[in-house]
Design a protein around this ligand. Structure first.
Ligand SMILES: NC(=O)C1=CN([C@@H]2O[C@H](COP(=O)(O)OP(=O)(O)OC[C@H]3O[C@@H](n4cnc5c(N)ncnc54)[C@H](OP(=O)(O)O)[C@@H]3O)[C@@H](O)[C@H]2O)C=CC1
Ligand SMILES: O=C(O)[C@@H]1CCC=N1
Length: 268
């Protein structure tokens, strides 16, 4: 069971993921917007988050000083500089990095060996409370891993994995949401070609995708068993499925995941 979520959170790096995290935690009720401070260098780009009630600023060390837990959400190559900024004030606060490819050892290098750090790999569905987030820590991560479990379980599902699986997790979950989004978009495009207005086609495709995911998550059955229940002999489903496979659908998805994993492993 995860412990109570931290009261005050500093999100260093209010870009796409940092903003999604802040909004997801506030929407879930896990942390109030006023207790989340988001930083980035360009203050004006934080105006809309400030308007939503979040604390915003450009001073990482000041944000850390007022927080119970720190989230690092800058690009991988920017992590080291941010950690150097905050090293003098971090103390024993748990720090969770969502940066791709930045190891626990690399996080501790500028902070010192006793820094309480963990890694998280969520996807942008944190904003909708529906992320799949993988977490990793080691024997010195204690409170950081606990804070990560409670924060990320509040905006989807969280699973602790070995650190050496964080790169594959990046490809399958963090990049993977883009692949499923493209699949939904493509299905909607097909829907429009067969007669639906685009907004209707998108709704139908997205709810159908959600249904497919819910079937697997609630029944724990295998996708192929579920497909067998849909595909009536000589019917339209098997005709469509076989056409997808003739066009390389499964192969394209598998290759996309492999490529993303390969690139994720090269980011630093
Ligand atoms: N996007 C996603 O879906 C996912 C991303 N990740 C990881 O999350 C991290 C962020 O990715 P993403 O949100 O896409 O990237 P973005 O480029 O959108 O966000 C990074 C943000 O960091 C800010 N930043 C840069 N330097 C500093 C600094 N010194 N202090 C404070 N803020 C700073 C930038 O703003 P400014 O220029 O104004 O400073 C920018 O808004 C990456 O490491 C990525 O690997 C992980 C999982 C999913
Ligand atoms: O594309 C990227 O590099 C980041 C990491 C995973 C998702 N977005």
């Amino acid at each position: 069971m995860s412990s109570a979520p931290p009261r005050r959170v500093a999100v260093l790096g209010g870009g796409h993921l940092g903003a999604a995290l802040a909004r997801g935690w506030a929407a879930s009720g896990l942390v109030t917007a006023a207790d989340i401070t988001i930083t980035r260098r360009h203050r004006s780009k934080l105006d809309s988050l400030a308007g939503e009630g979040f604390g915003v600023g450009t001073d990482n060390a000041a944000a850390v000083s007022e927080a119970d837990v720190v989230i690092v959400a800058v690009q991988p190559a920017q992590v080291e500089g941010v950690l150097r900024d905050i090293a003098p004030v971090l103390g024993a606060r748990p720090l969770i990095s969502v940066a791709t490819g930045v190891s626990l050892a690399a996080l501790r290098a500028p902070l010192g060996p006793d820094a309480v750090v963990a890694r998280a790999m969520p996807n942008t569905a944190v904003e909708a409370g529906s992320s799949m987030t993988c977490l990793a820590g080691d024997d010195r991560s204690g409170p950081a891993l606990e804070a990560a479990e409670s924060l990320f379980a509040g905006v989807g599902r969280a699973l602790v994995i070995d650190e050496d699986m964080m790169t594959p997790a990046t490809a399958l979950c963090a990049c993977g949401i883009a692949f499923f989004l493209r699949t939904i978009r493509a299905a909607a495009q097909g829907g429009t070609e067969i007669g639906f207005h685009s907004e209707e086609a998108l709704l139908l495709a997205a709810q159908t995708a959600r249904g497919a995911a819910d079937l697997i998550l609630t029944t724990r059955s295998h996708p192929e068993s579920e497909i067998d229940r849909v595909a009536t002999p000589r019917g339209c489903t098997i005709a469509g499925l076989n056409e997808l496979e003739h066009r390389g659908f499964s192969s394209a998805m598998i290759r996309g995941i492999l490529k993303a994993s390969e690139r994720a492993g090269e980011l630093l």
